[in-house]
Design a protein around this ligand. Sequence first.
Ligand code: SAM
Length: 243
Amino acid sequence: AEAVGGGDKEAVRAYFNSTGFERWRKIYGSATDDVNRVQLDIREGHAQTVAATLAMLRDAPDVPLAGATVCDAGCGTGSLSIPLASAGASVLASDISAAMVSEAQRQAALAAASSPDFRMPQFEVRDLESLDGSYDIVVCLDVLIHYPREEAQKMIRHLASLAEKRLVISFAPKTLFFDLLKRVGELFPGPSKATRAYLHSEKDIEEALRSAGWRVKNRGFISTQFYFAKLYESVPISSSSSS
Ligand code: SAM
């Protein structure tokens, strides 16, 4: 059954507290036993997105990561929050799934033991729509794929309202080719594909950013065999940051 509106969110929460948690913890982990070829490929693609995000943020002379406040919305198992915390950022790591947050917490404790500059993130079980406050940097990786167009646009506007200097988001691009690929994928439903995947057009994402007063400063595109993501680094339209 296809859910709309708030239904998507409840389905997503339930999924990431159960089968989705097991599936994604494995994909985002480092063990190689009991991980199939597709999962390994997605792990590799996602690692590239995390690395590209870190590179974008490390390159920003106006926002040094050490001491910056960062909101990682939909932090999952902490793939991004943990390296940010190791770089000395003060991170709020939040996720709609309690299972994800406790796994992120567990991994952060392990990382803290081996990194002298580690600043333990603040962890919260919270959907990103209910986040408030103000952060130098807001990041939201691979979350918008779980929501249809209007909800995703609304989420972007909300995330933008929390950010002061940078907003970094990734999404699965909607192009003829990827749409087709997705349709083909849907012909082979597996037990773990319990949620819908929504692709987004660059136009829709940019429109949401613009209406919130933000513009894209830097773009990335990550693709492996089974993983595709556009990565946008945005800044406020009024900001004087170059390029
Ligand atoms: N951002 C992490 C990363 O890139 O490693 C995790 C990506 S995972 C594919 C998607 C995550 O988004 C899951 O942990 C899920 O629980 C979370 N999520 C989904 N909807 C959310 C919402 N409305 N608010 C906060 N988190 C959400």
